[in-house]
Design a protein around this ligand. Structure first.
Ligand SMILES: NC(=O)c1ccc[n+]([C@@H]2O[C@H](COP(=O)([O-])OP(=O)(O)OC[C@H]3O[C@@H](n4cnc5c(N)ncnc54)[C@H](O)[C@@H]3O)[C@@H](O)[C@H]2O)c1
Length: 225
């Protein structure tokens, strides 16, 4: 796989800028940009596509990855995880589809193992991730994909060693009980999730695929046509 250019986005400009510097050091100054975007803000999201198109001309890979887990702020969890991902997907279709002058491509939506099974201590997060899978699979089944050149996939990691594992703020359970549950399930290495992601990205025959990544069972296609 050869990527010409990458546009990184995040609501947190500090993190985005630092990540951009890392990318530019490795891949060259002209090969990456950062565009700040709050995924719940339609104008921000439209601006990202505009800045990509003015610099690179087109988009052929879109990854909707932004996510939060805030059970006490459950509306926001739905807004960021589900509505933000839907907004990104609609803009992706508008900009990438052959019907609209694009070259087609792939849209990967990051769900979670919480999109495949209930999680009693984070019901709102779970609802948002079930929603992502239903929405993505519905688009994957759309007959127009045959001529618009698009494919749609879901990546569903279980617990993974990122900032999201700061459980003190996130769970409706006590910290101790949540830690025990996490210990029981196990924690993915980021490199394993990245390996699964690359597989989803490069396999052009996998429209509609839902891939799980767990510490116990590794990378597994849960749905694959
Ligand atoms: N880490 C895990 O255990 C785990 C497990 C399953 C799924 N996931 C999913 O993986 C994805 C990535 O999460 P992560 O583990 O890297 O966590 P993370 O907290 O490290 O990264 C999430 C990123 O999303 C950004 N973000 C939050 N709200 C945003 C908004 N409104 N607009 C734009 N960006 C926003 C944050 O600034 C942060 O950089 C999420 O969708 C998450 O639900 C994570």
């Amino acid at each position: 796989l050869f990527l010409d250019f990458v546009c990184l986005t995040d609501v947190n400009a500090e993190v985005g800028q630092a990540t951009l510097e890392g990318f530019q050091k490795t891949y060259g100054k002209d090969n990456a940009i950062f565009s700040r975007c709050n995924v719940v803000n339609e104008a921000d999201f439209t601006g990202v596509f505009e800045s990509i198109k003015s610099k690179y001309g087109k988009v052929d890979i879109l990854v909707n990855n932004a996510g939060i887990i805030e059970e006490k702020n459950w509306r926001r969890t739905i807004d960021v995880n589900l509505v933000g991902m839907m907004q990104g997907t609609y803009l992706g279709i508008e900009n990438m589809s052959k019907e609209h002058g694009g070259d087609g491509g792939v849209i990967i939506n990051v769900a979670s193992s919480a999109g495949l099974q209930p999680v009693f201590f984070s019901p709102a997060y779970c609802a948002s991730k079930f929603g992502i899978i239903g929405f993505t699979r519905s688009w994957a089944d759309n007959p127009s994909n045959a001529h618009n050149g698009l494919r749609f996939c879901c990546l569903c990691p279980a617990f993974t060693e990122t900032n999201m594992m700061n459980i003190s703020e996130n769970s409706t359970l006590s910290i101790e009980a949540t830690k025990k549950f996490i210990e029981y399930v196990g924690v993915n290495k980021i490199s394993t999730v990245a390996e699964g992601f690359m597989d989803l990205l490069t396999d052009e025959t996998n429209n509609g695929a839902v891939m799980a990544v767990t510490a116990r069972e590794g990378i597994q296609y849960k749905i694959r046509k």
